[in-house]
Design a protein around this ligand. Structure first.
Ligand SMILES: Cc1ncc(COP(=O)(O)O)c(C=O)c1O
Length: 354
């Protein structure tokens, strides 16, 4: 059945091993992020084989189905309405709101647990976290009094909203926060969770400040690339996930529509240049499954556009016919979409061990 998502388990395993070793050389621990593949059990089995302390996901529903003996970390700051499940299914959560932390404390006490938190600081990217210039003393002092909450560490997230690239200069802010929080708490923090796949260029250049001891890594493991500049990481696989779709029509047609031009099926005004007759194929996949800019076509295949159920490509090659399949690479966003589409069949290439 097509469209088909192929997940190469060996490639994921290779990438995970590569990343763990890369981080280990810089005295860093990895928190592999599983949200992009919805904590898929076969990929979870691979993570479970490695020396990893904590597995991270942004959704409680994924943490709930995760089979593992490792610690589970909730990546997205919790909703007040999900506090009961956070305590039930996560060992650690990232937090920035005192009302939520107090609710977590109350619920942890009720469930007879001690919940660990990483306090998030915003050092310029402007997504979650206490703004680094804000006065956080009362906040930390208040958490200190909560018996069922332990501050495990502090964290920050970059290159997600504001596109801020981690640099040694930016990380000076996090160091100042670390020193201040440790002074207020009176004990050293166990975890300094310094970022995500966008911190990898600094790691590879051996320039990540030494006080950072954890990175939460998602995209690099599935796409084999860092996210500060979008460069492939040599030695990693970029094609852990690929998507195959079938050609349902293949015809020579003009490159420019004929008649009075309005908008396309999604209300967008479309423009075309006349390049004469071209070889066009329609594939049975559409916007309902994936946005077209999340697909990476093979050489000789040019994406022209898509509607809900049709992807239109120009073929610069002669070796395709109706019924053939075309295999595409996927961006991180593309993997997210197809993993959540019920219309895309998932299949696995096993590890070399079977
Ligand atoms: C808080 C947080 N940390 C880490 C990650 C992982 O980021 P990346 O996939 O760029 O490694 C994400 C996103 O999934 C996140 O929301």
């Amino acid at each position: 059945m097509y469209p088909k998502l192929t997940i190469n388990l060996q490639y994921y395993k290779d990438n995970l091993r590569y990343m763990i070793n890369l981080l280990k050389r810089e005295h860093l621990k990895i928190a592999p992020v599983t949200k992009v593949f919805r904590a898929d059990p076969k990929l979870m089995e691979i993570i479970n084989q490695f020396d990893v302390d904590v597995i991270a996901d942004s959704r409680i529903s994924n943490l709930k189905i995760m089979e593992t003996n490792k610690k589970k970390m909730l990546l997205r700051v919790p909703m007040l309405s999900e506090v009961e499940d956070v305590i039930k299914y996560a060992d650690v959560s990232l937090n920035s709101e005192i009302d939520v932390i107090e609710a977590l404390n109350k619920e942890a006490k009720r469930q007879k647990k001690r919940h660990e938190i990483i306090v998030m600081y915003d050092i310029g990217d402007l997504r979650e976290g206490i703004y680094y210039k804000a006065d956080d003393e009362a906040f930390i002092e208040r958490i200190k009094t909560l018996k069922s909450i332990k501050i495990l560490g502090i964290g920050t997230n970059l290159t997600c909203f504001g596109g801020v690239i981690p640099t040694q200069k930016t990380y000076i802010k996090l160091k100042e926060i670390k020193d201040r929080v440790e002074r207020i708490l009176g004990y050293p923090l166990e975890v300094i969770s310094g970022g995500n796949s966008s911190s990898l260029p600094l790691v590879m250049d051996q320039k990540l400040p030494k006080y950072i001891n954890q990175l939460r890594i998602g995209e690099a493991l599935v796409c084999g690339r860092e996210t500060a500049y979008g460069h492939d990481i040599i030695g990693m696989h970029q094609d852990v996930f690929t998507l195959t779709a079938e050609i349902i029509e293949l015809k020579m047609k003009p490159s420019k529509p004929e008649g009075k031009i309005g908008v396309d099926a999604f209300g967008h005004r479309v423009r075309f240049t006349d390049r004469g007759m071209i070889k066009r194929a329609i594939l049975a996949i559409g916007k309902q499954d994936i946005a077209l800019d999340q697909l990476i076509p093979p050489a000789g295949v040019v994406i022209l556009g898509s509607s809900s159920d049709h992807l239109i490509v120009e073929l610069e090659r002669d070796d395709f016919k109706v019924g053939d399949q075309i295999q595409f690479g996927l961006t991180y966003g593309g993997i997210l979409s197809v993993m959540t589409s019920p219309y895309v069949e998932k299949n696995y290439v096993p590890t070399n061990m079977g």
